[in-house]
Design a protein around this ligand. Structure first.
Ligand code: CA
Length: 232
């Protein structure tokens, strides 16, 4: 697993040092900046997973640093460290896109819990939304809207006919389909060609979705037709 990188922007050296040590001890990669401007510079130079940002900074304030961070980065979580219980700072910080704040003096355990929560939340947001248009059997999935097909993590290119055939089989997983059924559903009732065309297209599909992999998903049922099922 990748080590999460945390940037600490805090002008009180002792606090900054303690935070850096504690976070490193917890397995994070932590670096500190002692003023807003150098903090902002460090933020822009590297990729960070989270920023701990003191509000009361000399020169460029924490709120101003946050404003500048958020002008082109909406996602990196920022936790504000507020020295006083200033409601105003907290509200403007949250309005500007801070993810959380913690009031000094704080228990390191509480801060660590909030860091974990903020990191969990970003990880969650990064996950693609659940798409109801995915049909799936075992390692194979197909999206009818985007017309994407994957086996494991590999994207598979299908012709429109191959795609329609696979989509039909995916909607009928574990059901044995005979050639006439497949022909009617995929080629349409007005198709009067040879039913052998089904066998030809099944072969095309197998070459793309089964052959390169450990086991087959398309099975022949002798004398009847074909079935799609997940059976290693
Ligand atoms: Ca300060």
């Amino acid at each position: 697993m990748k080590t999460n990188k945390i940037l600490i922007i805090e002008d009180e050296e002792k606090i900054a040092r303690v935070l850096e040590l504690e976070l490193t001890f917890e397995g994070y990669e932590a670096q500190k900046a002692l003023d807003g401007l150098s903090g902002l510079q460090m933020f822009r130079e590297e990729d960070w997973d989270l920023v701990l940002l003191d509000v009361m900074l000399p020169g460029l304030s924490g709120i101003e640093v946050l404003r500048r961070i958020r002008t082109n980065d909406e996602n990196t979580p920022v936790i504000l460290l507020t020295a006083k219980a200033s409601v105003e700072d907290k509200v403007s910080g949250l309005d500007l896109g801070a993810n959380d704040y913690i009031t000094k003096p704080f228990q390191i355990e509480e801060l660590l819990a909030r860091i974990r929560a903020a990191l969990r939340l970003t990880k969650h947001q990064v996950k693609p939304p659940i798409d109801e248009n995915w049909l799936q059997v075992g390692e194979l999935k197909l999206n009818e809207t985007t017309r994407e097909v994957y086996r494991k993590e590999n994207s598979i290119d299908l012709t429109p006919r191959e795609f329609d055939l696979l989509a039909y089989m995916l909607k009928n997983v574990k059901i044995v389909l005979n050639r006439e059924q497949i022909l009617n559903e995929v080629w349409g009732y007005d198709y009067f060609g040879d039913t052998n065309v089904v066998d030809v297209y099944i072969r095309y599909l197998r070459n793309k979705i089964d052959k390169p992999y450990d086991y087959s998903l398309i099975h022949t049922v002798r004398g009847v037709g074909y079935v799609l099922k997940d059976m290693p």
